[in-house]
Design a protein around this ligand. Structure first.
Ligand SMILES: Nc1ncnc2c1ncn2[C@@H]1O[C@H](COP(=O)(O)OP(=O)(O)OP(=O)(O)O)[C@@H](O)[C@H]1O
Ligand SMILES: [Mg+2]
Length: 571
């Protein structure tokens, strides 16, 4: 997974990677040459007192060091650039994929997890890419070259290498296999902490109002503690690794010095022994670097899995390949025998709904909480697809039309949401080309003129600097700016007082006279003027007609009306 993921993004950097490889090779060979030259200085210069030789060889060493440093710096720079672009591209693709998700996929992953996956997980992959680029060439060359050079200095001492390397590998392998599963748990618990934190922050006022701080604290503490536990376990294992490896390496060094001493007595040159020790250190460094890879690769592997899981999810709703574009003129939307069931749910939220929304008509849907009104509304701009039946525009199923059919529908969602920016930028979401006059007109009809005096007034993220009712009126204006074929109001008048509600509906009728309007509401006063009223009960249509006809024929409707009006008013 990790290889596949990084491979996707690294293709554009072939030349940079080749450059990194060449520079790494140069720098590694240079560092391998230095101890041998040093040995020469000691054996042929210091021991014999040949000052000129020391100067010459020293000069070479200086030159080689300079080359080594330059190559290392440039390759580190290029390596970082590649790794950072991999991270950026992965984040971009994550973002684009998530954009194409319908609400079903978003809730399947949960927003906090999507955030962690796009940030922390990508970062881990980015880090491992960087490490790989710096180590993959350097470590093997140092290992092989180091062993070769050490053997050239003295073959008799090399049994120490043969003995120590397997021990090192064994220790590292043992720890690495334990770390993998722990890292997976760690990422999951990190998700969990973000989830609790997010929920807490968005509901902070409710929590205060219900004096739930204590429970919330405990909930967070549990999630936090769980993350700590698993991090501690991984930390302990990783902490164990370094002393263990250092111990083995140092023991090897002691052995080299001890047995090397005997070898010098037997005629080995002192310079050769120092060189041997240097090579030993270089070899172990390369093994240590390889070991670092063993530590971070399992974690990055987990992260790559989690990223790929998002990237390979096909959204339930996508733009059809050769989707037709609806031709001009006001379209009629219709639901034909539509049922809907949430994935994994036991029963249908909507069953067998048939409904036509023709231009110039106003249809209202009324029903108790949870009767499926919002679900019905979400079917029209194809935010969800029906499980059975079809939703059509001018008789063509939406699934056969290009997704641009969404432009034909203006939806005022039940939960008013505004974006950070200005009033104008929010309204123009509905129609990017709208003029200032058109924006003012929409604000007028939405009864928002009384609190908006400037189109460039600031809107905070989520519209926090407006009251609930004000927010609702701005989202109504946003939908009106679009002048769509079908405008849907999902319980959009609930936060308005009766007088404003009445004024708003009066001007709406005129403004949207040639378009279809669907009003979802719980308040009888809001919907009683509609041409057709549909009564929804537990996902089924239990009555269709005008206010008067329903009063006579539909007991559910009558019940709703009587609960809100006095019998006299209702008549
Ligand atoms: N994402 C979801 N997953 C599973 N079930 C859901 C989901 N969203 C809604 N439901 C269920 O679908 C049913 C209908 O919900 P819906 O939001 O359409 O009701 P509603 O009529 O709009 O209610 P209200 O008047 O409170 O807005 C509810 O019983 C709810 O439990
Ligand atoms: Mg609803």
């Amino acid at each position: 997974m990790l290889v596949r993921l990084v491979g996707r993004y690294i293709r554009g950097h072939v030349w940079a990677i080749i450059a990194v490889a060449v520079l790494q090779t140069v720098s590694t060979i240079a560092s391998l040459a230095l101890p041998s030259l040093n040995a020469d200085i000691i054996d042929s210069g210091v021991v014999t007192g040949d000052i000129g030789y020391i100067w010459r060889t020293g000069g070479w060493m200086l030159l080689i060091s300079a080359v080594q440093v330059a190559a290392a710096i440039i390759s580190a720079y290029l390596g970082s650039r590649i790794a950072m672009s991999v991270g950026r591209d992965a984040r971009r693709e994550m973002f684009e994929t998530v954009q194409s998700f319908s609400s079903l996929e978003v809730s399947r992953f949960s927003p906090p997890s999507l955030i962690t996956r796009s940030t922390n997980d990508v970062q881990q992959v980015q880090m491992v890419t960087l490490m790989t680029l710096t180590i993959i060439i350097q470590a093997p060359i140092t290992l092989v070259g180091g062993v070769f050079m050490a053997l050239r200095q003295d073959t008799q001492l090399s049994w120490i290498l043969v003995a120590v390397i397997p021990v090192l590998a064994l220790v590292i392998g043992f720890l690495a296999t334990r770390l993998g599963p722990l890292f997976r748990t760690m990422q999951e618990r990190l998700d969990n902490v973000s989830r609790v934190l997010r929920e807490h922050l968005s509901g902070v006022r409710v929590i205060r109002a219900f004096v739930m701080q204590k429970e919330e604290k405990e909930r967070f503490a549990t999630a936090n503690q769980e993350l700590r536990d698993v991090s501690l376990k991984t930390g302990m294992l990783m902490a164990l690794m370094f002393p263990a490896v250092t111990f083995i390496v140092m023991a090897a060094q002691v052995a080299v010095i001890y047995f090397g001493g005997h070898r010098v007595e037997a005629g080995m040159e002192v310079g050769a022994l120092t060189a041997f020790i240097s090579y030993l250190m270089q070899i172990f460094m390369s093994v240590m670097m390889g070991m670092m890879m063993f530590m971070i690769v399992p974690r990055a592997e987990v992260c790559a899995d989690r990223i790929m899981e998002v990237l390979t999810t096909t959204p339930a709703i996508s733009d059809p390949e050769s989707g037709k574009v609806l031709d001009g003129g006001r379209a009629t939307f219709a639901l034909n025998g539509v049922s809907f069931r949430f994935p994994g749910a036991e029963r249908d939220v909507l069953s067998n709904i048939t409904l036509e929304l023709a231009p110039g008509t106003t249809t209202a849907v009324i029903g108790s909480t949870g009767s499926g009104k919002t679900t019905l509304v979400n079917l029209l701009p194809r935010l969800i697809d029906p499980t059975k039946g079809t939703v059509t525009a001018n008789g063509v199923p939406l699934s056969k039309l290009s997704l641009s059919v969404r432009e034909r529908v203006a939806l005022v969602p039940q939960r008013a949401h505004l974006f950070a920016g200005t009033v104008a930028s929010n309204l123009r979401l509905g129609a990017p080309g709208a003029t200032d006059d058109q924006l003012w007109e929409a604000l007028d009809i939405a009864q928002a003129r009384e609190f908006i005096t400037d189109l460039d007034a600031e809107v905070e993220s989520g519209g926090k600097n407006f009251s609930g009712g004000q927010r609702q009126r701005l989202t109504i204006a946003r939908a009106l700016v679009r002048r769509a074929d079908l405008t849907v109001f999902d319980d959009s008048f609930s936060a308005l007082d009766y007088a404003t509600d009445a004024k708003l509906r009066a001007s709406l009728d005129e403004f949207l006279a040639d378009a279809a309007v669907l009003i979802v509401g719980q308040r009888v006063a809001t919907i009683r003027g509609a041409d057709t009223i549909v009564v929804l009960d537990a996902g089924e249509i239990v009555g269709t007609g005008t206010h008067e006809s329903l009063m006579a024929t539909c007991p559910t409707y009558e019940e709703i009306v009587l609960s809100q009006l006095t019998a006299e008013e209702a008549a």
